[in-house]
Write a protein of this length. Structure first.
Lengths: 235, 277
């Protein structure tokens, strides 16, 4: 089966214009691919560029060199050079993302934050809220919190809202940036199960997991990001 | 995101064009505005599609308000064109229209939310009349219907409907701004221009207004061009943004890409100047 995402010769530098144009090479020659129904884990120590790779795939970071081809609407699009409008379409239809931290929107309650991505994809508000309720229940978020904006929630509670929001859609590709970092053992197991279900549905997952137990449980392929370390510092 | 032109060629060669040839609602090309020899904005080109929110950011004097005023035809540009696709699919050159046609466009297709509600409201007529006036301007004559629609819009922008006969000068700043939004949206525009809509408001009032705007924009599928110097407002409301400096567009892209991985030196300075709370 052809891969749904192909990363090819990707390189990324940060140019710090406020530091006299200092160039910080992050990664180079990044190459891997994702297949439907598999979970690929980016491994390596902090600072190796795992998050940067994830963010480039989501179009959140620019790509200096190389291609990121995504299967979208029956063809392949190069994310590295896609027009912003195309990228928004890809995010709506093809690539979902569970960020590390929830971006809290003033006044919007947890229940609606979770339901929102489904509503944006055309599901009725009622159905989306039902589905959101199922996920929040599975993730053991106390029902009394659902009607509150998550700004005052604990880190773990916010993360569960974020996970529910990310898992509610049926995007064919799902990116996970340390979704289990502040969860207890019970909720980590819930997330492991959610990932297993996504795989069964044929979703290709790309994730960062610092927790060894979770990584072992979900990974079909582990990519050592240190292999993409820049060979030399750019002057 | 450096080779935009090349990418478009690549995109079309390997991907289907579904939804791609959908024409923009608004197209701006080579727009410049000079005030004598001083530059307001220079050689700006951009497109806005139906349902898309574009933020224009930059510090005071960067030309963002000049640009907004040229696009919305409150100022006449020195050079460049602005075309708009009408509801019936016709594409019109905004500056080639007669005064009457342009006035009609502004009443039916466009809205303009000013930073200061006093500039967008009539302060000495009732809240209901402020909302109803735009309906009458597009030919509505039935008093009862006009009042009903005004009432439902006041409710929608969270103004107590008991206040329908009060004048906006008796309203707080946040209420006035919400009234201005109702006045603009009652005629069902497809494109709304906003100039620092949360500018003069307290933070708590700002949050409420932002949430309201976010909901209305999503529910109504509005296209919005919003000028703001507040990057948090841009992040919350917009899909794409352009950064202006000294009258020029120096960076553009997806809002989160521009904010999380700013490329231009000036954008890096702007982003790094945000105070964390």
């Amino acid at each position: 089966m052809s891969p749904i995402l192909v990363v090819n010769e990707v390189a990324k530098n940060f140019v710090m214009h406020l530091r006299g144009g200092l160039v910080l090479p992050v990664v180079e020659n990044v190459a891997f691919s994702l297949s439907a129904g598999e979970c690929t884990v980016l491994g390596g120590p902090s600072g190796a560029g795992k998050s940067s790779i994830l963010k480039m795939v989501y179009g959140n970071y620019g790509v200096d060199h190389g291609q990121i081809l995504i299967g979208h609407r029956g063809g392949y699009i190069d994310i590295a050079s896609a027009h912003p409008r195309r990228m928004l379409e890809i995010r709506r239809e093809t690539i979902g993302y569970v960020s590390q931290f929830l971006r809290v929107v003033p006044r919007v309650c947890a229940h609606d934050i979770v339901a929102e991505p489904l509503v944006a994809r055309g599901t009725t508000v009622e159905t989306a809220r039902d589905r959101a309720a199922e996920l929040l229940t599975r993730l053991n978020l106390p029902e009394r919190l659902w009607s509150l904006p998550p700004a005052t929630f604990s880190g773990g509670e916010q993360q569960r809202v974020n996970i529910a929001r990310g898992f509610i859609t049926d995007h064919p590709v799902l990116l996970l940036d340390e979704p289990t970092a502040s969860l207890d053992a019970e909720n980590r197991r819930v997330v492991i199960n959610l990932i297993a279900e996504k795989k069964k549905e044929g979703v290709a997952l790309l994730g960062i997991f610092h927790d060894g137990e979770v990584r072992e449980a979900v990974a079909d392929q582990i990519i050592d990001v240190t292999g993409f370390a820049p060979k030399r510092a750019v002057a | 995101m450096t080779s935009q032109t090349q990418s478009e060629v690549l995109d079309t060669s390997i991907a289907p064009n579904e939804g791609r040839d959908e024409r923009p609602l608004l197209s701006i090309s080579g727009l410049s505005k000079l005030y004598g020899t001083r530059i307001g904005c220079r050689d700006v080109s951009l497109e806005v599609h139906a349902g898309e929110v574009l933020a224009i950011v930059g510090e005071s004097g960067s030309g963002k308000t000049t640009l907004l005023n040229c696009i919305s035809s409150s100022l006449t540009p020195t050079a460049g064109t602005v075309t708009y696709q009408m509801r019936d699919g016709r594409v019109s050159d905004v500056f080639a229209m007669s005064e009457a046609e342009r006035r009609q466009l502004m009443r039916t297709e466009w809205g303009f939310v000013h930073q200061n509600p006093v500039d967008g409201l009539r302060m000495t007529v009732s809240a209901g009349a402020n909302v109803g006036e735009r309906l009458m301007a597009v030919g509505d004559r039935h008093y009862g219907q006009i009042r009903n629609r005004a009432t439902s819009w006041l409710d929608r922008v969270e103004i107590d409907t008991d206040r329908i006969d009060d004048q906006p000068r008796e309203f707080s700043g946040g209420m006035r701004q919400r009234l201005q939004i109702a006045r603009n949206l009652v005629t069902g525009p497809r494109l709304v221009f906003m100039d620092e809509p949360t500018g003069g408001l307290d933070v708590s009032v700002q949050a409420r207004l932002l949430d309201l705007l976010r909901t209305l924009v999503a529910d109504l599928g509005l296209a919005v061009i919003i000028v703001t110097h507040d990057l948090a407002v841009a992040r919350l409301l917009s899909d794409r943004m352009i950064v202006m400096r000294q009258g020029r567009v120096i960076e553009n892209g997806l809002t989160d890409r521009v904010l999380d991985d700013p490329q231009a030196p000036y954008t890096q300075l702007l982003v790094s100047s945000i105070l964390q709370v």
